[in-house]
Design a protein around this ligand. Sequence first.
Ligand code: DX5
Ligand code: ZN
Length: 214
Amino acid sequence: MVKISPSILSADFANLARDIEKIASADYVHVDVMDGLFVPNITIGIPVVKAIRPTTALPLDVHLMIDRPVRYVEKFCDAGADIITCHVESDTEENTREALAKIHAKGKKAGVVVKPKTPANAVLPFLDDCDIVLVMTVEPGFGGQSFMADMMPKVAQIREWIDGRGLCCELEVDGGVGPATRDVCVEAGANVLVAGSAVYGAEDIPARIALLRG
Ligand code: DX5
Ligand code: ZN
């Protein structure tokens, strides 16, 4: 089954609780955390994760686009994150491993993310310890960018490794995913689709979530 994780980056930040309620039929709530260092934008932090936690029963899928996330993963867990993904480019292999272990020690799900220019094999050192792998289909930093179809071989390769190893690991795509691009993502092997503008820009949000789920 395909899961939908709408990104609240495209929500109205002055009405976050209301806009999270609008995506109640989704599977996860995707929370884009940016620090202005790892990416050239600053968005949501720990206090906001804590504030939105009681507004929804859905798991919070927290995408950390921050430098050396190992410093903060436990705080995000305590704030109410259910799934936390860390970019492999944001720290050393050793520290990324430690970040995953810290998230697991808190009883939460952990995963790694790869930017478009990062090869598929960058996930290999972590794959056995991941509950989820996220493949970026835009350069991280902003919503509303164009989908990079050339990331599909990377998704397919990672799907092959997950299935080949018999792992229970989800495979997520993020960036430019909408009605016109969801099929290629699913065909390549993604089972979690992040969508910001395609969900919040829709006239009928529950219908759009259903359409994306397929
Ligand atoms: C980009 C974020 C995405 C973004 C997706 O750095 O990680 O989650 O919100 O937005 P859309 O779906 O509009 O490309
Ligand atoms: Zn994201």
